[in-house]
Design a binder for this molecule. Structure first.
Ligand SMILES: *[C@@H]1O[C@H](CO)[C@@H](O)[C@H](O)[C@H]1NC(C)=O
Ligand SMILES: *[C@@H]1O[C@H](CO)[C@@H](O)[C@H](O)[C@H]1NC(C)=O
Ligand SMILES: *[C@@H]1O[C@H](CO)[C@@H](O)[C@H](O)[C@H]1NC(C)=O
Ligand SMILES: *[C@@H]1O[C@H](CO)[C@@H](O)[C@H](O)[C@H]1NC(C)=O
Ligand SMILES: *[C@@H]1O[C@H](CO)[C@@H](O)[C@H](O)[C@H]1NC(C)=O
Ligand SMILES: *[C@@H]1O[C@H](CO)[C@@H](O)[C@H](O)[C@H]1NC(C)=O
Ligand SMILES: *[C@@H]1O[C@H](CO)[C@@H](O)[C@H](O)[C@H]1NC(C)=O
Length: 559
């Protein structure tokens, strides 16, 4: 397949000193070359690919050697190193120095979630995948996005070692008040991408760092709960730049449920029941009181066509009957009806990040799923799954959810128990799951509080958090620079854009540490304030804490 490639120069005198190596690189130019020492070799489109060029060189030097690429006469200004034992490069990207670079990871001792297929090559974040959307429809979508479903002729995903082409992808745009709008892609499940077939391209339009959702997702994965996966990707259409996006799953999609509940991360196989349970999408007002005679109460839950809310209502009935003061009843309930451990982790994260658009603050942006493999004829085992993590770490935290301004991160979680809510017209009156499974009994509250404290000690403190997130910043900083370097193909009308922030590259850098216009807290600043408040409340500390609590510190409660 490479035989039409011209090898201009023979490097080695004796072929015994030579080896055959393959170069692969994504480029948006037309003349692509690799340069080794002073010699240049031309690479050709791989099987007529639009942007992936490759070439096999049978006269490459033995041992480790340096090389770099040239596109349309422009040379990379750094050296790449070809390993002595390698026979091919990964799929490289012109002018990106590190093709593969491991990010640091959060770690948590009680991660028991072993049901996920895992990251696979799709969400392998040591690599930055490229997504290239081609065809006539892409021109329409990216220049004049409308509220409708488009059928994209072809979407190509480029990963570290492989590419995947999918065709006839149903796509619809969202948040068109931003030039960098979001897109949901429905791929035919038979042609799935490493097991997944519903994928979103998300942008933190209100998040200058563009990292909050990615960080949140990686933390909840580390904690061990069913969690949507993300990766940071570059997106192009018809060889034009679209932007640097968060590629992400959707919590109530079959694609996510199959991969996250019935996967094996070692074999990457999915072993789902032929009929999945029902995943319900909870939006503003979705709560769990028991109103069997009033289905209007459950309107904020959306079910899929052909499914129903009967199991949800059964769950609410079981919750209303549960005596939370009986530890044996709680234990049985956890086995039969609802996973309290992962719910506690989810609530701790909503509280820690000030996730004001989630369940605890807004009865919104979550899914519940009943797993048939753990259910019986009369009992349905449910899991709580959070999603839409862009309004976090201070983003969008205004009245009516925030009535104390900058001091918001100092508010104790204990002010959010057994209270009347109905903060906005659509909001529910109560937080049944919180009042039952956190505030319901001293034992449950202690269990939640221990989870909260453990997350702060292991992850959500200034030392551990910065250690990991700075590796994200270093990795993605050049990508963010690129993201702000071109004019997007679509500009929202002034009326549509009014009221939405229009952040700059400079805001990206600044907001890692400090506030920017319209956002009171820097990312690290938020974590620091929240962690310090919890330190004070419970007299805790963490590795590397430069200001541990005094011996005289008294915890706010003695659960
Ligand atoms: C590259 O060139 C230098 C000096 O011209 C030479 O010493 C070296 O062996 C060459 N390396 C390879 C891998 O050909
Ligand atoms: C090549 O060797 C290095 C260590 O020198 C190792 O880390 C790497 O995995 C090896 N690569 C292959 C393709 O065997
Ligand atoms: C998966 O986790 C569950 C719950 O912690 C445990 O019971 C089970 O043994 C684990 N399975 C494997 C294969 O490790
Ligand atoms: C995944 O599959 C492997 C190989 O069949 C098996 O040993 C392992 O226990 C499985 N893991 C889980 C969590 O089921
Ligand atoms: C779930 O149940 C189905 C049908 O009973 C079974 O085929 C499958 O192996 C189960 N999956 C897991 C992960 O246990
Ligand atoms: C559970 O016990 C607490 C006191 O420990 C009490 O306030 C509460 O009313 C009890 N709840 C139920 C449902 O019995
Ligand atoms: C946002 O700012 C960019 C560059 O600063 C500008 O080109 C663009 O028109 C602005 N968009 C809106 C909606 O104001």
């Amino acid at each position: 397949m490479y035989k039409n490639i011209l090898l201009l120069l023979v490097l080695c005198v004796s072929s015994a000193l030579c080896r055959t190596v393959t170069f692969k690189i994504i480029s948006f130019g037309s003349k692509v070359q690799v340069k080794i020492n002073k010699s240049k070799y031309t690479l050709k489109p791989l099987n007529n690919d639009e942007i992936l060029y490759a070439g096999k060189l049978s006269t490459a030097p033995e041992g480790k050697f340096n090389y770099h690429y040239i596109v349309d006469g422009k040379e990379e200004n750094f050296n790449r190193v070809f390993d002595a034992n390698a026979s091919t490069t990964y799929i490289e990207f012109f002018e990106r120095k590190d093709t593969v670079k491991k990010l640091k990871t959060f770690s948590y001792p009680n991660n028991n979630w072993n049901r996920s297929i895992g990251k696979t090559e799709l969400f392998d974040d040591s690599y930055i995948p490229t997504i290239h959307i081609t065809g006539k429809t892409a021109d329409e979508l990216f220049t004049k996005p409308q509220n409708k479903y488009y059928t994209l002729e072809k979407v190509t995903f480029y990963f570290k070692n492989s590419k995947k082409v999918v065709t006839n992808v149903k796509a619809n745009p969202k948040n068109k008040n931003f030039a960098k709008f979001q897109i949901k892609m429905n791929i035919n499940s038979k042609n799935n991408v490493y097991g997944r077939y519903l994928l979103k391209l998300r942008n933190g339009g209100e998040d200058p760092t563009n990292l909050r959702q990615f960080i949140y997702g990686n933390i909840i994965q580390a904690l061990g709960m069913p969690s949507i996966h993300s990766n940071m990707v570059r997106v192009y259409y018809n060889k034009k730049p679209v932007g640097f996006y968060t590629l992400q799953e959707e919590a109530y999609s079959d694609s996510f449920i199959r991969a996250e509940f019935y996967g094996n991360s070692t074999t990457q196989a999915i072993n789902a029941p032929s009929k999945l349970g029902y995943a319900l999408d909870g939006s503003c007002g979705a709560d769990f009181e028991y109103h069997p005679d009033d289905m209007t109460y459950y309107w904020p839950f959306a079910e899929k066509s052909g499914e129903s809310k009967d199991r949800l209502v059964a769950l609410c009935g079981a919750i209303s009957k549960l005596n939370v003061n009986s530890s044996s009843a709680v234990k049985k309930f956890e086995q039969q009806w609802f996973d309290i451990d992962t719910f506690h982790k989810a609530m701790a994260m909503e509280y820690l990040t000030g996730d004001w658009d989630g369940y605890w603050y807004a009865t919104s942006n979550f899914a519940v799923y009943d797993d048939p493999n753990q259910s019986t004829k009369n009992t349905y085992k449910f899991y709580f799954i959070t999603q839409d993590h862009d309004e976090t770490f201070g983003v969008g935290l205004c009245p009516p959810h925030n009535t104390v301004g900058y001091n918001f991160p100092k508010i104790s979680y204990t002010t959010m128990l057994n209270r009347e809510w109905h903060v906005v017209p659509d909001d529910a009156d109560h937080r049944t799951l919180v009042d039952k499974f956190i505030a319901g009994s001293p034992a449950l509250q202690k269990r939640f509080q221990n989870t909260l404290i453990s997350i702060v000690q292991n992850i959500f403190n200034p030392v551990a958090f910065r250690n990991v997130v700075s590796s994200y910043y270093n990795r993605y900083q050049p990508e963010m620079k690129w993201d702000f370097s071109f004019k997007r193909s679509y500009t929202p009308s002034a009326a549509a854009a009014a009221g939405s922030p229009n952040y700059t590259y400079n805001d990206f850098e600044t907001n890692m540490e400090k506030k920017v216009g319209g956002l009171e807290w820097g990312l690290y600043e938020w974590v620091s304030l929240r962690a310090e408040a919890i330190k004070k409340e419970f007299c805790i500390t963490w590795n590397g804490d430069s200001n541990p609590p005094k011996k005289s510190c008294k915890p706010a409660n003695n659960l």
